[in-house]
Design a protein around this ligand. Structure first.
Ligand code: CMP
Length: 140
């Protein structure tokens, strides 16, 4: 199995409730290593660009407003098969559908306020990592 990197966001509903540590603990216990992490206030332009693939969706405006409502923590996670591993640890997008023990089942409030984002492919992970981190910030 290959060690890869994926991108994660701890969203405003989680940072607001002081759950940065609790969410990170689930990721670390699940075999992922945090190789970069920073707390940022996303700008509207940043959020619109990041979620550009969803811009025609009815929830796009709500999604952008939510993501800029409070600080988020952006992270790069490393581990074997990290994209899928992270998605397994996050659980389904809608917390009502998420498995027990997942981040979203344990902490998410709704399909919108769902505590975490995770890349859906190795290709998108590379794009999303470079959207928020420079090479010099990725120290391993
Ligand atoms: P995320 O993995 O960050 O990618 C896109 C986000 O859009 C998703 O998580 C959800 O938080 C959000 N989303 C998806 N469907 C809906 C919806 N029906 N209403 C509001 N937000 C949604």
């Amino acid at each position: 199995m290959t060690v890869t990197r994926t991108f994660s966001i701890i969203k405003p509903d989680a940072t607001r409730r002081n759950l940065t540590g609790a969410v990170t603990q689930i990721l670390e216990d699940g075999g992922l290593r945090v190789v970069a992490s920073k707390r940022i206030q996303m700008t509207k332009e940043q959020a619109e660009g990041f979620y550009g693939v969803h811009k025609e969706r009815p929830f796009f405006g709500e999604l952008v407003e939510f993501m800029i409502s409070e600080p988020v923590v952006v992270q790069v996670l490393e581990g074997e098969n990290s994209v899928q591993r992270n998605r397994d640890l996050m659980g389904a997008t809608n917390p009502d559908d998420a498995d027990e023990g997942t981040i979203r089942k344990t902490h998410a409030l709704s399909i919108g306020e769902n505590s975490v984002h995770g890349s859906d492919s190795d290709e998108n992970a590379a794009i999303e990592i470079s959207y928020f981190f420079s090479d010099t910030e990725l120290v391993g």
